[in-house]
Design a protein. Structure first.
Length: 357
């Protein structure tokens, strides 16, 4: 038996914290649900673990509280917004909704958001539009920080630069959320604080030696791109593409030398109805999903899974049996409850299956 928490109670509590910190009600609710959704899906470094950090950013004035994104450019299917360092989870949700709305008219909708605050878990934005028959892609980078060196180099230049896509099928959607580096800075930070090691040699130290020591990130080291020492040119190339799609199209990024934690974002939405038709789209994605799941595997190995399948399984288990918070997160929430004179959600003891790996 282990302590878990009801999802809706976590959302309500987190929204109250965000409001008490100064966010308007709508933004607070969106941020709370986005962070809790990340924990449902198993992205525990990018969920409620961030709530205390966001409150600190509000306290410091580095996350803005009031107003809406400003329009920089607006042309039919596309627009560029200045996020004005408002809560990035909220502004990205607005961008997803607006891109999806424009896709219903033009087949594609694209919203670039510059000067956004941190946007947390990209996968959390994908399931809802995918179940409505729209394919949404989200790209993100942080021009204020650098953790990944260009392939063949030692100087960190870019961030892990995730790529996410929600793909409708005739069953559960395919949910892709991958960094263009082998791991994330958030996981490196968590492992460093715990005194642990990474599962593989995913880092380079300042001399170029591969290591599993996450602390090298603060000692002039870097995170290896996808492909590692052997084929890292592939992850490096994808990372360059993400920087161009986010900072390039948004017209704001590393060249401006920002110093505050944040994000440059591009949201793309596609409406299959206006391409080859939704039925045709589902026929193709459904066939591909079935073929992947039916692929032969080595003797004794589990069947092939689709991206997002384990995450959606974790989500269903958490909704049924309660959300299990990563160690330390409940303590952070307790401190926020004390600060704002709120009641911490009650822990429940549930005999629940272990979440999918």
């Amino acid at each position: 038996m282990e302590p878990r928490y009801h999802y809706e109670e976590l959302v309500k509590f987190s929204a109250k914290v965000a409001q008490a910190a100064g966010l308007p009600e709508e933004a607070a609710k969106v941020v709370a649900r986005g962070l809790a959704e990340a924990d449902l899906l198993g992205h525990t470094t990018h969920g409620l673990a961030l709530l205390a950090d966001y409150v600190e950013e509000i306290d410091n004035g580095t996350m803005q509280k009031d107003g809406e994104p400003a329009i920089v450019a607006d042309h039919a299917a596309i627009a560029t917004w200045d996020g004005r360092r408002l809560p990035g989870v909220w502004t990205t949700k607005l961008a997803v909704d607006e891109a999806a709305r424009r896709a219903e008219t033009f087949g594609i909708g694209a919203i670039a958001v510059r000067r956004s605050h941190h946007i947390a878990c990209l996968a959390a934005f994908l399931e809802e539009p995918a179940r409505k028959g729209q394919m949404v892609l989200v790209f993100s980078s942080d021009p204020s920080d650098s953790h990944a060196a260009p392939f063949g180099g030692l100087t960190p230049v870019m961030t892990p630069n995730p790529i996410a896509a929600g793909i409708p099928t005739d069953g559960d959607p395919i949910l892709i959320d991958v960094s263009t580096s082998i791991t994330t800075a958030a996981l490196c930070g968590r492992m460093s604080r715990a005194g642990g090691r990474l599962p593989g040699q995913w880092m380079l130290d300042s001399t170029g030696a591969a290591t599993d020591d996450p602390t090298v990130l603060k000692q002039g080291g870097s995170i290896l791109p996808i492909g590692g020492l052997d084929h890292g040119h592939k992850g490096y190339s994808l990372s360059l593409m993400v920087e161009a799609l986010t900072q390039g199209l948004g017209g704001y990024g590393r060249a401006d030398q920002p110093t505050e934690w944040g994000a440059s974002v591009l949201v793309l939405a596609f409406s299959p109805v206006l391409f080859g038709g939704l039925d045709g789209f589902m026929r193709q994605t459904g066939w591909l999903a079935d073929a992947c799941r039916a692929a032969r595997v080595p003797a004794g190995k589990p069947r092939v899974r689709l991206p997002g399948e384990a995450a959606l399984t974790r989500k269903r288990e958490a909704l049924a049996h309660g959300v299990r918070l990563h160690p330390g997160i409940a303590d952070d929430l307790e401190r926020l409850a004390t600060r704002f004179s709120l009641t911490m959600p009650s822990a429940i003891l549930a005999l629940a299956p272990e979440p999918a790996p």
